[in-house]
Ligand binder design. Sequence first.
Ligand code: ADP
Length: 231
Amino acid sequence: MQEQIIRTEKLNVTSQLAASVAHEIRSPLTSIKGFLQLSMRNAEGKNKKYLEISMMELNRMEYIINDFLNYAKPQLETIEVFPVSVILGQIKEEIEPAAQANHVDLEMLAEDDLWIQADRSKIKQALTHIIRNSIDATSASKGRISIAAYRHFHHVCIRIRDNGVGMSPEQLSILGNPFYSTKLNGTGLGLMVTFRIIQAVGGSLEFQSVKGEGTTALVTLPAAADLQLKA
Ligand code: ADP
């Protein structure tokens, strides 16, 4: 337990450091982009082409930095006890328009008394990300996503199942590695942060997937009553 706490603290310090570096890089990046834009006005031929490529690469850098800061921005943690169904209800409401726009059916079944102790906004961020990935994976076909939340002994489980593109065993094995993404506009940072959020509260995130058939993500979190008994 002691070791786990130290590890979590180290992760927090590392992510804060990374976030401040990312933040610092943003301003010189903006000024480089400004100067490039000015240079592009008078450039011709090959030079113009090189500047355009540089601009595209800078835009990509900016996109990655913004995405990173979006996911990993340091914020004060507010630990509270709350039922998972409330968070899931909010996520469903927020995500439903994106699901409908992609012709994806979203179905949710959550038991009421599933109390957990954690930072509400981080858990919401993690669950939202997994569900958004499912929407991305199903949007090309007639998508179906089913979310179930239930109690399993001393844990609260949230299972997110989609009938999307699925993943090969090789893809599964590198899931959560930074910068692994198969999406055109992906950064591969979301699941890395999602894994970390869930592990930091003593939970786990497992994926099962069959290429061409779909994916199931299982989030397991310690139930709050059990945490209180242990304290
Ligand atoms: P990003 O969304 O930027 O690509 P993530 O870390 O969230 O980054 O996801 C990494 C990759 O994992 C995705 O690009 C996708 O290939 C794969 N992935 C994640 N969830 C699913 C899913 N439900 N079905 C199929 N592939 C998935």
